[in-house]
Design a protein around this ligand. Structure first.
Ligand SMILES: Nc1ncnc2c1ncn2[C@@H]1O[C@H](COP(=O)(O)OP(=O)(O)OP(=O)(O)O)[C@@H](O)[C@H]1O
Ligand code: SF4
Length: 288
């Protein structure tokens, strides 16, 4: 079935990328946020669409909880995470009465919501639209793939952790992409070691290298590995995203930046995600 209203909306967006994971809690949403922050820092205009309808976490991570969506004649206006308006976000979290409200919907209602997100949000011109999905392969994935299929999304980034169980789930996720004809743009191995906040030494808590091995085995690009960084947790959890987190001394008076895009640049992980993002951009460009 054709969905021209989705195509019309996506015509002002250069690249559409889905972010997937086989398992919950591997850091898919935080990787989506970090990719978006890195791309925005490089000067791109970025949108983040959160289609994790039952567990939306992007508004909290971007410091946008409690924000409202406005309806303009051109459509739903997304919420901006920075004053330069380079980073916009849309999530069901903005439509719920409170942050503790839950969504208990069956497939058809979820499908209708996702179609509305894809067709009705007025993003304006974007370089990248990153779509954060729920873990596994569910109604939300099938709906997004169906509505996007004929408008050629660039593909999917798959996030995993080094543990074997997550890796077996990620194989299923990659097989899903193959089945529905969604190119896999690359794999990120998240929580790959722990960076000590005292001496910055990285310790491999779990095994490491599994993600890279799997990427090689499945013939998909390996975008990089990101360690656990306590400063990232603090940044994503604290309400005021303009305060620079310091896991070494959480009570210290905090330095203030202008926006979450700048604050993120003070986290060690931002350097790693700058490289991951460059790899992703190269992969996307190579496909063109
Ligand atoms: N590299 C990292 N360093 C430190 N903390 C991390 C890292 N990656 C993820 N986390 C933290 O782990 C928790 C889970 O991450 P996140 O919500 O992104 O996972 P998810 O895969 O999107 O989960 P779900 O799909 O179940 O919503 C969050 O509290 C997040 O801040
Ligand atoms: S806790 Fe950190 S500073 Fe202490 S020995 Fe381990 S890595 Fe080094």
């Amino acid at each position: 079935m054709s969905h021209p209203e989705v195509g019309e909306r996506l015509s002002s967006i250069k690249h559409v990328i889905l972010v997937l994971s086989g398992k919950g809690g591997v850091g898919k949403s935080s990787c989506t946020v970090q990719l978006a922050l890195s791309l925005a820092h490089q000067g791109h205009k970025v949108g983040v669409l959160d289609i994790d309808l039952c567990g939306p976490s992007i508004p909290r991570m971007l410091g946008l909880e409690g924000q409202q969506i406005h309806q303009a004649s051109a459509g739903w206006v997304p919420v901006f995470a920075d004053s330069t308006k380079r980073l916009a976000c849309m999530s069901i979290g903005f439509l719920l009465p409170s942050k503790d409200s839950s969504v208990v919907w069956r497939g058809p209602k979820k499908n209708a919501m996702i179609k509305q997100f894809l067709a009705d949000v007025y993003w304006g011109d974007l370089d990248y639209l990153l779509i954060d999905t729920p873990p596994g392969t569910s109604d939300e994935h099938l709906a997004a793939v169906e509505y996007l299929q004929e408008w050629n999304p660039d593909g999917a980034v798959v996030v995993t952790t080094p543990q074997a169980v997550a890796l077996s789930d990620v194989k299923k996720e990659i097989n899903f992409c193959e089945k529905v004809g969604l190119p896999v743009l690359g794999l990120i191995e998240n929580m790959s070691g722990f960076v000590c906040p005292h001496c910055a030494e990285c310790t491999n808590v779990f095994s490491t290298g599994g993600g890279e091995g799997l990427a090689k085995h499945m013939d998909i690009p390996f975008l990089g590995r990101a360690p656990i960084d306590p400063n990232l947790v603090m940044l994503l959890e604290q309400e005021d995203k303009t305060l620079v987190p310091d896991a070494n001394d959480p009570d210290a008076e905090k330095e203030r930046t202008g926006s979450i895009v700048e604050t993120y640049q003070r986290c060690e992980l931002s350097k790693i995600f700058a490289k991951i993002t460059s790899h992703l951009e190269e992969t996307v460009e190579a496909k063109e």
